[in-house]
Design a protein around this ligand. Sequence first.
Ligand code: IPM
Ligand code: MG
Length: 358
Amino acid sequence: MKKYEIAAIPGDGIGKEVVAAGLRVLDACAQRDGRFDLKVENFPWGSDYYKAYGVLMPEGGIDRLKAFDAIYFGAVGAPDVPDHLTLWGLRLAICQPFDQYANVRPTRILPGIQSPLRGVTADDLDWVIVRENSEGEYAGQGGRSHRGLPEEVATEVSIFTRVGVTRIMRFAFELAQSRPRKLLTVVTKSNAQRHGMVLWDEIAREVAADFPDVTWDKMLVDAMTVRMTLHPKSIDTIVATNLHADILSDLAAALAGSIGIAPTANLNPGRKFPSMFEPIHGSAFDITGKGIANPVGTFWSAVMMLEHLGEPVAAARLMRAIERVTADPALHTPDLGGTATTDMVTDAVCAAILGDNE
Ligand code: IPM
Ligand code: MG
């Protein structure tokens, strides 16, 4: 029996609720499959930990995570802790040292779910966004001087390296090539940002030469929001910078019906370090503790985790179970306009997995 070691970091707010739900579903996957076991260790890191100990994760936390096969993450962020502290203290403190440079965000309209776009169905919207996840606008370069004085200045410097842009471009072309339409849109803002973004365009052209079977085009990020909204079918795989893809992926999630559904994989493609899987929604303090958080984004993230671990059969089974459940409006949580609870959705997905006879 294969055994995978999973580090669970529920974090803050509804992160705790959806990761607990996700672990139940993963348990059902292992039970139904019978050929692998998941050994889960829980790490109580996040804003509560910060309030108790002054740090979001303990010193040496990264070293403890290194031995795991994957990290299953909930959300981080609390109303009474500055957001830049929680982000840099936990999520980026894991993504950056583990060189999880490829952030992959699939978007589809699942069965039973309505896009807010008139007349747009599952056939019209099937995208994967590849977000550069190690540099760009999130490189952490910059500073503040003359604090509090009238002449105070702050800089926020974007970093684009040839190595960083080439590897994400290669990753995106390979992913596009693996999908039926073999279609990639490279998003930039190279009209206004004439250094880093022009480098991005040049490298796209260089890398494209190695992928003659992939059709690709370039879009400016502002125009991309229009194309996603008005011509969703013209798009398949998208690659964009850290910040541009952050914004586009929220738009994508909303157009597919709810941000509560959207999953993410933070991948270290070379597998030198563990990769991390999480829903893209945040800690959502407005609904925390009510038991109504949509766990589907966390379940779909578990699908990506199982794929990464090398369990495609279990991953496909979990995806089938999710789609069977979303197809039933009685099992929609309030973000989808329904009245179902997190537990009802979780019970239904577990039952669908255990009852799956494919
Ligand atoms: C995301 C989130 C994060 C980000 C937040 C929580 C800082 O919006 O994963 O898209 O901007 O990276
Ligand atoms: Mg975001």
